[in-house]
Each structure stands twice: as structure tokens, then as C-alpha cells.
Ligand binder design. Structure first.
Ligand code: GTP
Length: 534
């Protein structure tokens, strides 16, 4: 049965491992699918942001075109006012003007004419012209921008809103290496293309994001046209770019992974820690897109080359479970748990069945080989056991025992007392033999004892001890009287007839037992011719 149980355990372990591996593989596929879906979701958000940002840059190029054309337009003489007086021009809404300290590196070594009122007026006229066109370039309100122009000639900055004007002036750092004016120089921007820059707003954690383009006129670099986007407007812009029903939170970072916006989208309260930022930075050095799992949070990130920023999306476990992949994962895990529970239950039932069957089998085997009344081996059990071991034991002796006048006990005291005598006699015999000796009740009141590793002499000693055990302990009856129990015993040893089989030795002992009966009972006989009594 132990073997059967072991096979059952192995089968169940095999099924458990196999199905767990299958479920795990399925989980891996889900996990891969989830990763891909997160990346494609981020990709689509990045594509939207980039296309919108590109639209802004295209608008800027278009406005620059109009601006340079207007500089040459003789039909638009413009205002005769000096730039710092332009606020008084009431024809359109005011242009806000401020003085801007241009970096020395930009102006050094170049012979600037002092403020040429004509060129400055031309610039102002051109600005007036594009001022009217600008609202067309700010499609919708999701990305509020303000247009500004920095005149290299006049060293002033003009913008449509006073707020942006002040911000630009306050945050302008002429020594900034990546400052917009520096990046617009022909040296660093020979293609004269658009570019993105950032300015940290003084006394605040906010950043002003600028899209800018250098303006050249008649082959000479005269200024810079730009759009400034406030932090909140970028935030609104990203929110508007998110897919509907997205469970992710997004945050925009600069290339050094300093946050440019606060978290937008689903609110999961998650903030990247220093270690996660270091990991993302390391991964970005290899690939522009990537994913990582950090505890219960799944992080997806992607670089946006044009705007030189990094978009990071995070999804907490609970948010992920609201998505299709999350629901499938729950289903998969539930199915696995149900399966394992079912497997455990069936394993338990089968083991119990096998155990019960084993018990039943052992019980049946015991009944088949043992005498129910005395508990000793029955005839079949005795011969089964002795024939099992007798080939190994060549030096054995058999004692055949028959209770004396047992019929009389039955007749006088009844069968119940007769049964008790049999039990009593069995116990007494067991007291007189060794644990390795085999006792069997092979007939009604007939017993046989197999003595391994015993010669005839030892057998006679055991038989004599049994005789005395019985004789010396009569059975107590219910009325307090004593019932003497004696037996006649025959002894035969394999050593006498080595060629004999166990059956033959047992038959010989039986014959000698009859001799003991004939010789007057309650005695041991071990010879064929003349019985010897002890
Ligand atoms: N109570 C009881 N009696 C049994 C059992 N098995 C056999 N007997 C009885 O044992 C008696 C055996 O009697 P006999 O073979 O004539 O032998 P005996 O009376 O012992 O006489 P001797 O052997 O010559 O001394 C029979 O009456 C059987 O019915 C049993 O399990 N219980």
C-alpha cells in the first residue's frame, strides 16, 4: 500500500507541476501582452503629443515666414513709435515689451548699430501682422501658448501677454548655455530650424517650455520667434492626449528626469523614487522605450526626441486589475486556485480510499490466516508462515499439542467454557515459547508450534515447559473452582530426518503426540518406538 500511495503522490505531484507550469506559461504570455499593451498605449500618447508639438512648430515656421515677408512689405509702414512706446498703439491689443539682457557671447565682437528705429519699426510691424494670425496657430485651448519675439537688434522682448513677458524676462539667464537665444545662433543652429528649450522660472519649481525658431532677415540674424508654454498648459495638453478610459498616470520629465509636470491621468499617488529614476536613466541609455516593475507598480517610459523630454506612465496593481489583462489575470489565478483545490480534494479522497482498502485488505488477510477465538495463526496461516521461512531454517523442531479430554470439558461445562479453555491454553503456550517461535491452532483443540533454530533436545525442553505451564495453571471458573488443563505433546526435529519436508516432520510430531495420548496423556513424547515421558 505504501508503494501504491507513493505512486499516487507522484502522479498528483506530476499533474500539479504540469498544470502549474502551463498556468505559469499562460501567465507569462499575459504578462508579455500586458507589457506590449502598456508600451503601445504610451507610444500612442507620445505620438499624439509629438504630432501636436510638431503642429506648433509648423505654425511657428509659418509665422516666421509671414514675419520676414512683413519686414519687407512697403505697404505696411508700421508705427513710428519707439518699441518701448508701442503699448500706446491702440489699433490692436497691446504688445508687451521688456528689455532683455542678451548674452555677451551673442553680441560680443559684432558691430551692432545703435537702435535703428527703422529696423525696429519693421520688426514691430511684422509682429503686428503675425499677432493677428497667432490665434489661428493655437488650435483649441488645450495647449495655451504665448507668442514672443526677441529682437537682437533692439535687445528687447515682445510678447502678447504681460504675464509671459514678465516670466520670460525674470527667468532669462544670459549665461545659460542651452538658452534659447544661444541655441538660435548660426553657429549652433546652421540649419535655422525650430528647437525646444526650457527655462526655470525664478523663485518657483515651474518651468517654461519654449518652442523657438531663429529669424534671419536679408542674410542677417535679427532675432528669435518663440512660443512659451506654461507648466499647467503642458499638463492640460498631456491630459488631452491621453486615451479614453486610461487607467495610467502620466508625468513628463526632462532628459535628466527632473519632473516638468505633476502627475496627470489616473490618480495613483505614485512618485518615482531615486532608485527608479536611476534605473530608468540606465535603461534609456540603451533604448528609447522600456518597462519595469517596481513592487506593485508597473512603469512604462519613452523618450520624446524633438521635445527632449521623457514621458513616464505608471499603473498600480489595483488600476491594472481594472483593465482587460488584469481581469484575465484574475480569472487565470482563480482557475489555478480552483484547480489546485480540486486536485488536493481528489488527492485526499483517493489516498483515503486506498488507505481504507489497504486496511480492509489487511483485515481480510488477518481473518484468513488467524483464528478468531484465540488470535493465534489458524491452520492456513501456520503453514503459510512456516513454509515461507522453513527453506531458510534447516535446524527446526515441531511440537504437536492436543488438549486432553477436551470433549468432556465441552460436555460438562458447555462450549463457552470450552472456548475459554482454548484461549487460556493459548496464553499459557505463548508464555512458554520465544517470540520467533510460531504457534498455530491447526485443529479444534490441536496446536502446532514451530521452533526455528532448535534441535530435538531444545524442542523437548520447550514442550516440557509448555506441559508444565498448562499443568501448573488450571483455569479459574466463574464459581471460583479450578478446571485443570493438560495436554499431550509430540516432538519431532528436522535434525532427525534432514531429508523430510516440514509436512513430514509435522506428521511425525503428530504421530508422537498420539503416542503421548496413548501413554496416558499430559506428557511429552519424542520417540517413535517407545514413548518417553516427562
Ligand atoms: N468449545 C469448543 N470446542 C471445540 C472447538 N473445536 C473443537 N471442539 C471440540 O473439541 C472436542 C474434541 O474432542 P476429541 O477429539 O474427542 O478429543 P478429547 O475429548 O480432547 O479427547 P482426547 O484428545 O483423546 O484427550 C470435540 O467435542 C469438538 O466439538 C471449539 O472451538 N470450541
Amino acid at each position: 500500500m505504501v508503494h501504491t500511495l507513493r505512486v499516487i503522490h507522484l502522479c498528483f505531484i506530476f499533474v500539479f507541476v504540469l498544470t502549474t507550469v502551463l498556468f505559469w506559461q499562460q501567465g507569462q504570455l499575459f504578462s508579455q501582452g500586458y507589457r506590449t499593451s502598456q508600451l503601445s498605449q504610451l507610444e500612442s500618447v507620445i505620438a499624439r503629443i509629438e504630432s501636436r508639438a510638431q503642429y506648433k512648430m509648423d505654425s511657428l515656421r509659418y509665422l516666421k515666414q509671414i514675419f520676414t515677408e512683413a519686414m519687407d512689405d512697403p505697404m505696411f509702414p508700421g508705427s513710428a513709435n519707439a518699441p518701448w512706446e508701442a503699448n500706446s498703439n491702440v489699433l490692436q491689443s497691446p504688445l508687451w515689451i521688456g528689455e532683455l539682457p542678451l548674452p555677451e557671447s551673442v553680441t560680443a565682437g559684432e558691430a551692432f548699430p545703435l537702435h535703428d528705429p527703422l529696423e525696429v519699426r519693421q520688426e514691430m510691424n511684422a509682429l503686428r501682422k503675425i499677432q493677428g494670425l497667432f490665434p489661428l496657430a493655437t488650435r483649441g485651448s488645450e495647449l495655451f501658448a504665448d507668442l514672443y519675439y526677441i529682437s537682437r537688434e533692439g535687445q528687447f522682448i515682445v510678447s502678447l501677454s504681460q504675464q509671459v513677458n514678465t516670466l520670460l524676462i525674470n527667468s532669462y539667464n544670459p549665461h545659460e548655455k542651452q538658452g534659447s537665444f544661444v541655441l538660435a545662433s548660426p553657429l549652433l543652429n546652421p540649419q535655422r530650424s525650430t528647437f525646444w528649450t526650457r527655462q526655470n522660472i525664478a523663485q518657483s519649481n515651474d518651468t517654461l517650455i519654449n518652442g523657438a525658431i531663429p529669424v534671419d532677415f536679408r542674410g542677417e540674424w535679427i532675432g528669435l520667434l518663440g512660443m512659451a508654454f506654461s507648466n499647467e498648459s503642458v499638463q492640460r495638453f498631456i491630459t488631452a492626449s491621453l486615451p479614453e478610459g486610461s487607467q495610467n498616470a502620466y508625468q513628463l520629465f526632462d532628459e535628466q528626469l527632473n519632473p516638468l509636470t505633476t502627475v496627470v491621468g489616473a490618480e495613483n499617488g505614485f512618485r518615482l523614487n531615486a532608485q527608479q529614476i536611476a534605473t530608468i536613466r540606465k535603461m534609456l541609455a540603451d533604448k528609447p522605450r522600456g518597462t519595469l516593475r517596481s513592487g506593485p507598480v508597473f512603469i512604462t517610459f519613452g523618450e520624446m526626441r524633438d521635445t527632449r523630454s521623457v514621458l513616464v506612465s505608471t499603473q498600480s496593481l489595483s488600476q491594472g486589475l481594472h483593465e482587460e489583462f488584469g481581469r484575465f489575470s484574475i480569472l487565470l489565478v482563480t482557475m489555478w486556485i480552483i484547480f489546485v483545490l480540486f486536485l488536493l480534494a481528489s488527492h485526499r479522497v483517493i489516498c483515503r480510499l486506498v488507505h481504507n482498502m489497504g486496511g480492509l485488505q489487511r483485515e481480510m488477510q488477518h481473518h484468513a490466516l488467524h483464528d478468531e477465538l484465540t488470535g493465534a495463526l489458524n491452520r492456513r496461516g501456520f503453514f503459510a508462515k512456516t513454509s515461507q521461512i522453513s527453506p531458510d531454517y534447516i535446524d527446526y523442531t515441531v511440537v504437536q499439542l492436543d488438549l486432553d479430554h477436551f470433549k468432556k470439558v465441552n460436555d460438562v461445562y458447555g462450549h463457552l467454557v470450552g472456548d475459554n479453555v482454548l484461549v487460556h491454553a493459548t496464553r499459557r503456550i505463548q508464555r512458554a515459547i520465544r517470540s520467533q517461535d510460531i504457534l498455530g491452532r491447526i485443529g479444534g483443540e490441536e496446536f502446532c508450534i514451530y521452533l526455528p533454530n532448535s534441535d530435538l533436545k531444545a524442542g523437548i525442553m520447550v514442550a516440557t515447559r509448555i506441559k508444565w505451564e498448562l499443568q501448573s495453571a488450571p483455569m479459574m471458573l466463574e464459581d471460583g473452582s479450578q478446571l485443570p488443563v493438560t495436554a499431550s505433546l509430540g516432538v519431532a526435529s528436522h535434525s532427525e530426518y534432514p531429508e523430510y519436508t516440514l509436512d513430514q516432520i509435522q506428521a511425525l510430531a503428530d504421530m508422537r503426540m498420539y503416542r503421548a495420548k496413548e501413554s496416558g496423556r499430559n506428557q511429552v513424547c519424542w520417540q517413535d518406538e517407545a514413548s518417553r515421558q516427562v
